[in-house]
Design a protein. Structure first.
Length: 75
């Protein structure tokens, strides 16, 4: 793609001005200073079951994972 074509593409994007936002970013309001972000991979089927269980119990996945880890560590 030439520089002129790229500049034309940018000009078209700016001219379109969508009325509807595509994604709304909302900052997290409360961050517990005792918490640390942690990422890991989990089996897709297991995650689907976990999310389903969280919905059934009206709980967050985070709370279920934290409770499970505490239970495991107390053994």
């Amino acid at each position: 793609m030439s520089k002129t074509e790229f500049n034309n593409l940018i000009a078209q994007a700016r001219a379109s001005k969508l009325d509807k936002s595509i994604q709304k970013v909302v900052p997290e309001t409360s961050i517990d200073k005792n918490e640390k972000q942690f990422s890991f991979y989990i089996d897709k089927v297991l995650l689907r079951k976990l999310k389903s269980k969280a919905l059934e119990e009206d709980r967050s996945v985070k709370s279920i994972i934290n409770e499970s880890i505490l239970s495991y560590l107390s053994q």
